[in-house]
Design a protein around this ligand. Structure first.
Ligand SMILES: NC(=O)c1ccc[n+]([C@@H]2O[C@H](COP(=O)([O-])OP(=O)(O)OC[C@H]3O[C@@H](n4cnc5c(N)ncnc54)[C@H](O)[C@@H]3O)[C@@H](O)[C@H]2O)c1
Length: 263
């Protein structure tokens, strides 16, 4: 089954982790895929791996914080792969710092990538898709839905992604543009980001203590998230718009309802 047959998808931050997995799955489902990243070698390697399967893919360097680079990137994608149908604003960074230790410089750096990068991606998608329409998927986080110690910059950035998503959905509607925009909110998924910041995947780390608080009893894997992205990217989700899809094994549901009840 090819759920994205004939579509062109552009995925940022696709050199590894969630972005690379989405690129692989989208290509396997019939899409022509563009993979960009500040890690040019990584983006090219993922595109080459996909091309080796017979699918069409390109990989190139692109810093999502630069509006000029967004303009060039979209032109490059449309020239090589055809009109843009799907943009996944996936590129992002995480660093854990207590409020008292958080510098304004580091706070702004995270907003530049996680917020301004997504804003520029939404803007570029609107300009490229226009009346032809398309589909934007923004990767937020459960951290865009709840606060957590040490995450003031990341919480701020992912909360912004959640609401920019809704603005894009309603503004497209107000303008009569057939563009959908939804956000995905992963829980803790094993990637380099969570290995470096939480020790996920490293044996006997404090992160293991979190597992009993996740109803399905494990951290996420990249294919858990790519499957959700595929659904949002496909026409099966034609009536899903401005929505937030939480993919966290039930973790957030538990944190919202769990009260310190004692017998
Ligand atoms: N892994 C998780 O548990 C998790 C949970 C919730 C949300 N997310 C979000 O999912 C997205 C992907 O995360 P991941 O776990 O795959 O991380 P990752 O660190 O494995 O990959 C992120 C990629 O983004 C790229 N990147 C960073 N800055 C960039 C920039 N300025 N321009 C272009 N590319 C840039 C990096 O080079 C890297 O290849 C991020 O937005 C992250 O915040 C991840």
């Amino acid at each position: 089954m090819a759920r994205l047959n004939g579509k062109t998808a552009f995925i940022t931050g696709g050199a590894k982790g969630l972005g690379a997995e989405m690129a692989r799955l989208f290509a396997a489902e019939g899409a022509r895929v563009a993979v960009s990243d500040v890690d040019e070698a990584g983006a090219r390697a993922v595109a080459e791996e996909i091309s080796a399967t017979g699918a069409k893919a390109i990989g190139f360097r692109h810093d999502v914080t630069s509006e000029v680079e967004w303009t060039d990137a979209v032109a490059h994608v449309q020239k090589n792969l055809g009109p843009l149908d799907i943009v996944v604003n996936n590129a992002g960074i995480l660093a854990v710092k207590l409020i008292a230790e958080q510098t304004l410089e580091d706070f702004r750096h995270m907003q530049a990538i996680n917020v301004e990068g997504v804003f520029l991606g939404i803007k570029a998608a609107f300009l490229a898709m226009g009346a032809r329409g398309g589909n934007i998927i923004n990767i937020s986080s459960v951290a865009g839905l709840m606060g957590s110690p040490g995450h003031i910059a990341y919480n701020a950035s992912k909360g912004a992604v959640r609401l920019m998503t809704k603005t894009a959905a309603v503004e497209a509607g107000a303008l009569g543009l057939p563009i959908r925009c939804n956000s995905i909110h992963p829980g803790i998924v094993a990637t380099e980001m969570t290995r470096v910041n939480y020790g996920v995947g490293v044996v006997n780390t404090v992160s293991d203590a979190v597992i009993p608080t996740i109803p399905v009893g494990r951290f996420g894997i990249t294919t858990d998230i790519s499957a959700a992205a595929l659904y949002l990217a496909s026409d099966e989700s034609a009536y899903v718009n401005g929505a937030e899809l939480v993919i966290d094994g039930g973790w957030l549901a538990g944190r919202m309802t769990r009260a310190p009840v004692q017998e």
